[in-house]
Design a protein around this ligand. Structure first.
Ligand code: IPE
Ligand code: IPE
Ligand code: MG
Length: 257
């Protein structure tokens, strides 16, 4: 990843105040990208890693402060063992090679998901990378690894119940801010925009609670082909929408004055 700088050719195409603070990506289509070229699914995933690096750089240069990438779901564990092993190998290489770039560019790495399932050395490397970057605050890269919303919710509920039992949390219905501290995303603002590539229009167990008011954007590009222009198009659509959070359009427009 080259140096992050405010270069003009990284114009997001919309006014800075309309740029979403947090964009989440469901990176889909690596397999179909490869199959269309007579390549193995693994080659699609390898090409997808390049898109991760390019997209992160572009997004940060556009002024997006937090990006979340769905890299591996709890359901993906049921893929053929060779594919799972190959994805773990890619992850191992990615962490090893990309950590110095994150440090150089002062990007904080956060991970959501159940790391206990990951092969031991990868879990270690991920935890080390998270610790190494924890004091950076300007830009955050969140990677969802062995993540699903339902799994996250169950782990959070169990941790909350433990705290109630120990007297560390009040019994009864918590407010949302209190419960949200038990989610993997504690301290991370909710996504403003959620983008899924490859033409599929579903959430596949991703950030279901955090996306309560996210704008959803689906595009046909397969993840390895996802480009800065695709991101610009998504941002233009996002900027054209009116987010109402339950209020009327009139109220929202009045508040903006
Ligand atoms: C997304 O690409 C990457 C992961 C889920 C790890 P896919 O591997 O799901 O690609 P398709 O959907 O089969 O094309
Ligand atoms: C969602 O993609 C998971 C990730 C991008 C990591 P999938 O390809 O696994 O989703 P489904 O199975 O098509 O819903
Ligand atoms: Mg898929």
């Amino acid at each position: 990843m080259p140096e992050i700088s405010e270069r003009k050719d990284f114009d997001p195409g919309i006014p800075a105040e309309r740029v979403p603070a947090h964009v989440a990506f469901i990176m889909d289509g690596n397999g179909r990208w490869a199959q269309a070229r007579g390549l193995s699914r693994l080659e699609g995933h390898a090409r997808g890693v390049r898109t991760v690096i390019e997209t992160a750089e572009t997004a940060f240069r556009f002024g997006i402060r937090t990006i979340t990438l769905y890299a591996f779901s709890t359901e993906n564990r049921d893929r053929p063992p060779e594919e799972v092993a190959a994805l773990m190998n890619l992850l191992r290489t990615f962490i090893g090679e990309y950590l110095p770039e994150l440090v150089k560019n002062e990007v904080r790495l956060r991970v959501i998901g159940d790391l206990s399932w990951l092969p031991g050395d990868i879990g270690e490397a991920v935890r080390g990378a998270v610790a190494r970057t924890e004091n950076f605050g300007e830009r955050t890269l969140v990677v969802a690894l062995n993540y699903s919303s339902r799994d996250e919710t169950l782990r959070a509920a169990a941790a909350y119940a433990d705290d109630v039992r120990r007297g560390n949390a009040p019994a009864g219905k918590p407010d949302w801010a209190t419960f949200a501290r038990y989610l993997d995303t504690a301290g991370i603002p909710d996504p403003d925009l959620l983008i899924r590539t490859s033409g599929e229009q579903r959430l596949s167990n991703f950030l279901l609670l955090q996306s309560a008011y996210a704008e959803l954007y689906f595009c046909d590009a397969l993840w390895p082909d996802f480009s800065a222009d695709d991101l610009r198009r998504a941002l233009a659509v996002y900027a054209s929408r009116e987010r109402r959070f339950g209020k009327t359009g009139e109220q929202v427009r009045e508040e903006r004055k």
